[in-house]
Design a binder for this molecule. Structure first.
Ligand code: C2E
Ligand code: MG
Ligand code: MG
Ligand code: MG
Length: 284
């Protein structure tokens, strides 16, 4: 009897191991396939930018450009599902350049439309991308070739960038700022930036992460963090914008804490360019 039980458990173990292997294999295959698909996607530029409005003091001031992968089968992949892989494989470099070029081309189009010429575009720049030795030259080249006004281009950096070589990062930021480009620190409060770095970085804006905005009315800690970020921005003479604003009550709280720039579903989700034009037209 005992022998039989032992045999059964061994068998079960072997099967479990077998299933585990198969599962791993499936995952590895799927990952390899996706990497290959992403490589092709970058070659064939299967991407589209969506633009999410940013509102300050009841005015439409600009947008954030958010990339989507439009697969040949028509499905749309969200950046959360491919940016990490793009980072791991280095594909973020050509992809990031495409995003920058596309956003700058849009700025150049708006520059010729009096009612749009004031709009800024915020472009997400990954740490990997910013750390390239020739990043500044790349941006200058894209600006020159597109005819975009650099004063309308905002680059969103994240705190993860600040883990290495802060001196070099500051130098690059200064070089770009001299041309008119501005900088926002995205997802602020979720990373590791030390306050002494923050003081030295030539930033223009802090972007309150949506994780603090979400529960700002129900979680006193999130409310305290949001208030602290707003005060910090004021002390450092930086602008501040809240992301992920979904309700009027959240907006009102932020306004009472002296944050007057917002991005979120309360105003609009990220839009294709033609839908953005409709939004902008109606907004005034
Ligand atoms: P992010 O830069 O923090 O962008 C904000 C994200 O919040 C976007 O997700 C946006 O669609 C979403 N969002 C906007 N309003 C609301 C709201 O009211 N509620 C909620 N729950 N969410 C809201 P998305 O477009 O899926 O992008 C996710 C992340 O992918 C971005 O976070 C950014 O880190 C990254 N990403 C997007 N485009 C690019 C890109 O061109 N380059 C790089 N390096 N990263 C990108
Ligand atoms: Mg962003
Ligand atoms: Mg963000
Ligand atoms: Mg975020």
């Amino acid at each position: 009897q005992a022998e039989l039980a032992m045999y059964k458990s061994k068998e079960a173990g072997r099967n479990a191991l077998h299933f585990f292997d198969q599962d791993m294999e499936t995952k590895v295959t799927r990952y390899a396939n996706m990497e290959n698909d992403l490589r092709v996607a970058v070659q064939q530029q299967q991407f589209i930018l969506h633009y999410q409005p940013q509102i300050a003091d009841q005015q439409l001031t600009g947008v954030e450009a958010l990339v989507r992968w439009q697969k040949p089968d028509g499905s749309m992949v969200s950046p959360a599902d491919f940016i990490p892989m793009a980072e791991e494989t280095g594909l973020i470099l050509p992809l990031g350049l495409w995003v920058l070029e596309t956003a700058c081309r849009q700025l150049a189009i708006w520059a010729n439309q009096p009612e749009r010429a004031h709009l800024t575009i915020a472009v997400n720049v990954s740490a990997h991308q910013f750390r390239q030795a020739d990043f500044v030259d790349q941006v200058l080249e894209v600006i020159k070739n597109s005819g975009a006004n650099p004063h309308r281009l905002k680059l969103e950096l994240t705190e993860s960038l600040l883990l290495t070589n802060v001196e070099e990062i500051i130098e690059k930021m200064i070089a770009l700022k001299l041309t008119g480009v501005s900088f926002s620190l995205d997802d602020f409060g979720t990373g590791y930036s030390s306050l002494s770095y923050l003081k030295r970085l030539p930033l223009d804006q802090l972007k309150i992460d949506q994780s603090f905005v979400r529960d700002v009315l129900i979680d006193p800690n999130d409310a305290a963090i949001a208030r602290t970020i707003i005060t910090l921005a004021q002390s450092l003479s930086l602008g501040v914008i809240a992301e992920g604003v979904e309700t009027e009550a959240q907006r009102a709280f932020l306004a009472s804490a002296d944050c007057h720039a917002y991005q979120g579903y309360l105003f609009s989700k990220p839009l294709r360019i033609d839908d953005f034009e409709t939004f902008a037209h109606r907004y005034k």
